[in-house]
Design a protein around this ligand. Structure first.
Ligand code: SF4
Length: 226
């Protein structure tokens, strides 16, 4: 039986697909944000195989960054929480755990064509599936929130990288993305919506979205019937 959270909680992967336009059902994210222990549909997702594939990509990236001489932090070393309040006064805790943070120096061309040594700070996230826009959105969220949540990173401008399995090109993200006002608005508007009242988060049942939604029919009577 579902229980109301003391404070609404947001995990970035609950909003990335909404922001990318890959999902449309805000109710799904609203329920997870406000409740825990909700009824779930049985899943045939193989989490062991997912973990193994994810770890392989992550370790390979860690080796690559370490070989370049960078200081590398992984998973739990990077977890952060941010107390957030919307302009409407709705509060939540946003929690996240970027896969990899790397710090160091690297060579870069200046605007005059000279080679200079610049500070390097990057957030990488490993993805074992097919590339999706929401993969990049997840890294954008980390790039924007990390400096707000962790005082020692407040002045750090992180670049980003979505790291895929061998044979799929990685997606590099510039460190200027966190300054994009439109993106910031889109992210915080989505957070504001799901931490607010249920009435603003309508259900949009569809064959594809309901199939991959873990919320049981006992919680969502509109779940698409095959
Ligand atoms: S079952 Fe479908 S309509 Fe219901 S919350 Fe999930 S995605 Fe939305």
């Amino acid at each position: 039986m579902k229980t109301l959270r003391k404070v609404p909680f947001v995990w970035p992967t609950w909003i990335t697909r909404l922001i990318a336009g890959e999902d449309n059902c805000f109710f799904k994210s609203w329920l997870k944000c406000h409740y825990q222990n909700y009824d779930k549909t049985p899943s045939d997702f193989n989490s062991a195989m997912w973990n193994i594939a994810h770890t392989k990509i992550l370790r390979s990236r860690v080796d690559e960054l370490t070989d370049k001489g960078h200081r590398v932090l992984i998973e739990d070393q990077n977890s952060f929480k941010l107390d957030y309040c919307s302009s409407a006064g709705h509060k939540c805790v946003i929690s996240a755990k970027p896969d990899i943070l790397a710090f160091g120096q690297e060579q870069a061309y200046t605007s005059h064509g000279n080679v200079d040594v610049v500070e390097f700070a990057e957030i990488s996230d490993a993805k074992s599936g097919k590339p999706k826009t929401s993969d990049s959105v997840q890294v954008y969220i980390y790039q924007i929130l990390l400096g707000l949540a962790v005082p020692s990173y407040a002045k750090t401008k992180f670049s980003g990288c979505v790291v895929y399995k061998e044979g799929i090109k990685n997606v590099d993200i510039p460190n200027t993305i966190a300054d994009d006002a439109g993106l910031r608005e889109q992210i915080f508007t989505t957070i504001d919506k799901i931490i607010g009242p249920e009435v603003a988060c309508r259900k949009t049942p569809s064959k594809m979205e309901c199939r991959f939604c873990d919320i049981a029919r006992s919680e969502c009577a509109q779940k698409f019937k095959e």
